[in-house]
Write a new protein. Structure first.
Length: 305
């Protein structure tokens, strides 16, 4: 297993006492989570468990009813936080601009904010596409690509801003098995190379158990299990086991052979600090936080020469 860089680029993230309701329906019920810098943390759970709602709070698309999201201990509402921390989002659809080439999509933020010269942007685009396993496709259009390739272009676009936090929304959703493996390997490899904190929201059991340093299982708005892949697999809570073995024959489920073994090497990360005491009986664990602000001009310009 690789070791973590002594100066990781990733940031520490926190979610504290997070609650969210819609028209009286309580969706998030007091989420308290911490994640260490440079960690790959996966939030998984069944449909309707609150994963997407939690992600919207984390990236700042919605305001929680109660609680807060912190970057390096600072509230995401801090007015200058986006000048110091860089966050990128990889959407399930890829969210590519169909009127632009692949290269224009990857370099869009740098060009829009005039952070680099055209030659510098072209060099960065080529490097990040190669890093994502897509060397030489700068001039292709998004509609010429498969679903897996579009997802990898979205990863290359995220890399262009040299993020300290990357948020992945269902990165392998609706992809074929080979593409799923490619995306999983990309997430692990890039996490190890750039040291960014990686937060993955997914319902995919194989992805979560295969790439995560730690996993949180969300059910009905609460964290019901948290730990390493092996710890989650052995968690006796019937809700966890029902989720992990859903659709699997009872014989395989009882043998444990139906659950994938972790085989993708991941770098070590320091253990996160314990969650603070909670006098309201909320459940605790370890998970990510962040805010969706791609690198502002002053911050992004420092990274690439």
């Amino acid at each position: 297993m690789n070791t973590i860089s002594p100066t990781p680029q990733g940031v520490k993230l926190s979610v504290r006492g997070l609650c969210k309701s819609y028209t009286g329906n309580e969706v998030l019920k007091g989420i308290d989570l911490e994640v260490a810098a440079a960690e790959i943390f996966v939030i998984m759970g069944p449909a309707g468990s609150g994963k997407s709602v939690l992600l919207r709070q984390i990236i700042g698309l919605e305001e929680p009813d109660k609680g807060e999201v912190l970057i390096q201990g600072e509230p995401i509402q801090s007015p200058d936080i986006t000048t110091r921390y860089r966050v990128a989002m990889v959407f399930q659809s890829g969210a590519l601009l169909t009127s632009m080439t692949v290269g224009e999509n990857v370099g869009f933020y740098l060009a829009q904010h005039r952070l680099k010269t055209p030659d510098q942007i072209a060099e960065i685009v080529a490097k990040d596409l190669q890093e994502a396993g897509l060397k030489g496709i700068e001039n292709k259009m998004p509609d010429e690509l498969s679903g897996g390739m579009r997802r990898r272009v979205a990863i290359a676009r995220a890399l262009a801003v040299e993020p300290q936090l990357i948020l992945y929304d269902e990165p392998t959703g609706e992809l074929d098995p080979v593409s799923c493996v490619n995306i999983a390997e990309d997430i692990v490899r890039l996490n190890g190379r750039i040291g960014a904190t990686s937060v993955v929201v997914s319902h995919g059991r194989e992805l979560a158990l295969g790439i995560a340093h730690r996993i949180a299982v969300l059910d009905e708005g609460r964290i019901i299990a948290i730990g390493t892949p092996d710890e989650v697999k052995s968690n006796p809570d019937p809700r966890v086991q029902n989720y992990l073995t859903a659709g699997i024959s009872p014989t395989l489920a009882s043998s444990g052979r139906a659950l994938p073994n972790v085989s993708i090497p991941r770098h070590d990360v320091p253990p996160p600090p314990p969650a603070a005491p909670n006098d309201e009986g909320r459940e605790f664990g370890v998970a990510p936080a962040g805010h969706l602000h791609l690198a502002p001009p002053a911050a992004a310009a420092k990274g690439r020469k």
